[in-house]
Design a protein around this ligand. Structure first.
Ligand code: FAD
Ligand code: NAG
Ligand code: NAG
Ligand code: NAG
Ligand code: NAG
Ligand code: NAG
Ligand code: NAG
Ligand code: NAG
Ligand code: NAG
Ligand code: NAG
Length: 585
């Protein structure tokens, strides 16, 4: 059930140093400009202003509304179509998706996608990060290198309702001293939870229990972890820009400020630098300038767009749009990578699913009132209980002619998140979300015109490569094998669509006509080794061939991790902020 956005007014809190108008801003010259107040930008703004000598202006295109998405179950509110907190992107026709154009959610609000995402907290495999280190030649990006930054970000707290969590996670791989809340789910589904745990006992070889998938070794079935604290969404806006930080006199946050481009390019000894950025508020253009650095944190779509608008990109593509090239970097906007997602669902012989609550106004209102009163119950999370991370079978022919794209043998190819719901009463359903975690397809972000306020062309290249499609078929096979454990026999009534009996061709059609994006686009301003012939930033996140210009957000990931991407982005931002502070001591 969708609640109209306006009804979700739960009592606003206004914050002192959030500026809605340029006219109120005390200054337009700062030590650092941070562009984009999303997952990464808010971390950077927070950490730099720990040093009282640094002044920081954070420019965010969207507005601030800290309350709009704090009720975890109501995540669909901001994702169900165009709304004022969205960029409202659609993709180009996706050849791997039966030529469909799909909507491509991206938040335009303080907090960025952490204010509307699914709150899933997964880091990926240690091998994912060790591969980053080997690609970049910087051991700081290895698992051991980034783990302290996961810990700086994470504040592990008890789940809503405070149930006994022994045996559901490994405290040794979590931190209780970070800033963004992470917890096990407070939304309990004992019957379904038992189905899943019993499967790990009945089929332990293929589906072993994993005490904690965030240990660097994700394979197996583990309890769901979320960026939720006390039953509320923990976005980067509510935590990194929380009351104790936003009061810092050296931190200014300007809302409704869309940056178009970098201004004042200068070239000295072949190295480019910029004076500042141009941005628009209420139809008027303004400039802000940076004494030390400009840090782009506008996300994997916004960041390459700003670079190309500024003349940083492939010189041939730029000149085709009459944009003068300032820095020829053909990798800008290229190598976009995302995780395609499909669903498998079954009707079940159990009334203990979210359908009861989603589809029954009385029960919905009761559960909402419970959340409102005590922050407990089914509104404290989405109805996911566990995640399975798994690899294709060793004897599979999928990799007969191609190299296994996984970073190593402990890295999954497939994620299946296990959820109750979502179908119409009087039946009850369970749904598995199937993510293909090791895509070989690549897409791009390119400019549609030389008007910097035109939306860019978004091509995530979903399922463009045949091996990605084959891996998606393997994901379906895994899901069906999971529910072949004896425990499901009297529980499952029937699949919503019987994917188990389809021919390969029929299954391909199902996948191509139903797959969507998981929102995990990365890699559009990728990091590479200092001497690489491709890439956009060096391992210190400075743009190649530029000085005073850094990129700190999900764009810089050199390969997509086998995880939902916010945790990795937070780690990049924490380390990135340290690199900046180290440069300007
Ligand atoms: C629908 C959806 C669901 C997701 N679910 C999960 C999940 O459950 N778990 C998970 O780990 N990850 C999830 N993700 C991914 C995760 O949220 C992102 O990887 C992460 O937020 C990326 O952080 P970022 O800082 O790079 O960009 P963002 O968080 O997108 O932040 C970029 C910010 O920059 C602003 N901006 C952009 N352009 C400009 C400009 N020109 N001027 C000024 N400001 C600008 C934007 O408005 C935004 O606030 C999801 C993503 C989506 C879209
Ligand atoms: C997205 O659509 C909503 C609703 O139509 C609109 O209010 C909002 O301004 C749009 N966002 C952008 C960036 O155009
Ligand atoms: C998709 O479009 C391309 C180019 O227009 C075309 O060659 C191809 O046949 C189309 N594929 C499908 C499945 O319609
Ligand atoms: C911003 O700075 C650039 C370069 O100095 C200048 O050309 C432009 O006119 C300025 N724009 C505004 C709105 O001041
Ligand atoms: C894309 O990434 C690969 C490495 O994964 C690299 O070899 C290639 O040059 C990159 N392409 C561009 C255009 O940057
Ligand atoms: C559901 O389970 C009960 C026993 O718990 C059984 O009597 C009933 O037949 C089952 N219903 C279906 C549709 O399988
Ligand atoms: C909704 O739930 C209430 C309380 O359990 C129940 O009395 C009512 O019949 C349900 N309504 C529907 C349409 O299922
Ligand atoms: C939440 O509680 C407040 C009072 O504390 C009340 O005004 C509001 O209507 C409640 N909202 C919901 C959705 O129950
Ligand atoms: C692969 O091995 C599994 C057992 O591990 C077996 O069930 C399956 O039939 C085998 N598949 C092929 C294609 O040989
Ligand atoms: C691998 O290539 C061979 C020879 O072209 C082909 O017969 C086989 O089907 C291919 N395997 C896969 C999984 O595509």
């Amino acid at each position: 059930m969708l609640i109209p956005l306006l009804l979700l007014s739960l009592g606003g809190r206004s914050l002192a140093r959030l500026y809605e108008s340029v006219a109120d801003l005390p200054d337009l010259e700062y030590d650092f400009l941070v562009v984009g107040g999303g997952a990464a930008g808010n971390v950077v703004a927070n950490r730099l202003t720990e040093n009282p000598k640094f002044s920081v202006l954070l420019l965010e295109a969207g507005t601030s509304n800290l309350e709009i998405s704090i009720v975890p179950l109501l995540v669909e509110n901001l994702l169900s179509g165009p709304n004022q907190f969205e960029w409202n992107y659609s993709t180009t026709a996706q050849t791997g998706l039966d030529n469909r154009t799909i909507t491509y959610p991206r938040a335009r609000i303080l907090g960025g996608c952490t204010a509307h995402n699914g709150m899933v907290y997964t880091r990926g495999s240690a091998e994912d990060y060790d591969r980053w280190a080997s690609i970049t030649g910087d051991s700081g990006w290895s698992w051991d290198g980034v783990l302290p930054y996961f810990f700086k970000n994470e504040r592990w707290v008890p789940p809503a309702g405070n149930h006994d969590t022994r045996g559901q996670f490994n405290p040794a791989v979590h931190s209780t001293h970070g800033i963004n809340f992470v917890s096990l789910s407070g939304s309990r589904w004992p019957v379904f939870e038992n189905q899943v745990i019993q499967t790990t006992r009945e089929l332990p070889e293929e589906f072993p229990f994993n005490l904690d998938f965030n240990s660097g070794e994700p394979l197996g079935v583990g309890w769901f972890q979320s960026t939720i604290g006390g039953g509320e969404r923990s976005s980067s806006a509510r935590t990194y820009l929380g009351p104790e930080f936003i009061q810092r006199p050296n931190l200014h946050v300007l809302l409704d400020a869309q940056v178009s481009k970098l201004v004042g390019p200068k070239t000295k000894s072949g190295i480019v630098s910029f004076e500042g950025v141009e941005f628009k508020q209420g139809g008027t253009l303004f400039n802000a300038s940076a004494k030390n650095e400009i840090i782009l944190s506008a996300g994997p779509i916004g960041t390459p767009t700003i670079l190309m608008n500024s003349g940083i990109g492939d010189k041939h593509k730029l000149s085709a749009l009459d944009i003068p090239t300032v820095l020829d970097l053909p990798s800008v906007g290229q190598n976009a990578t995302d995780h395609p997602m499909i669903f498998a669902s079954w009707s079940v012989n159990s009334t203990q699913t979210i359908d009861n609550i989603q589809d029954n106004t009385t029960l919905f209102n009761e559960a909402f009132a419970e959340w409102n009163k005590s922050h407990t119950g089914p509104f404290t999370n989405v109805p996911v209980t566990h995640i399975l991370f798994t690899r294709v079978d060793a004897n599979s022919t999928v990799f007969e002619n191609v190299t296994d794209p996984a970073a190593g043998p402990e890295t999954p190819h497939i994620e299946i998140y296990l959820s109750t719901g979502n179908g119409p009463l009087p039946e009850h359903f369970i749904t598995f979300g199937l993510l293909m975690l090791t895509p070989t397809s690549r897409g791009s972000i390119t400019l549609a015109s030389n008007n910097p306020f035109d939306p860019p062309l978004v091509d995530p290249g979903l399922l463009a490569s045949p091996v990605d499609l084959a891996l998606s078929r393997e994901a379906v096979a895994k899901a069906y094998r999971f529910v072949q454990a004896p425990v499901w026999k009297d529980y499952i009534i029937a699949p919503t669509t019987d994917l188990g009996t389809l021919t390969t061709d029929e299954l391909d059609v199902f996948i191509q006509t139903t797959a969507s994006s998981s929102g995990h686009i990365v890699g559009t301003a990728a990091m590479s080794a200092r001497d690489a012939s491709y890439g956009v930033v060096n391992p210190d996140l400075l743009v190649k061939g530029a000085s005073g210009l850094r990129i700190i957000d999900a764009s810089i990931m050199p390969m997509i991790p086998t995880a939902h991407t916010q945790a990795g982005t937070y780690a990049i931002a924490e380390r990135g902020a340290d690199l900046v502070k180290g440069r300007w001591v």
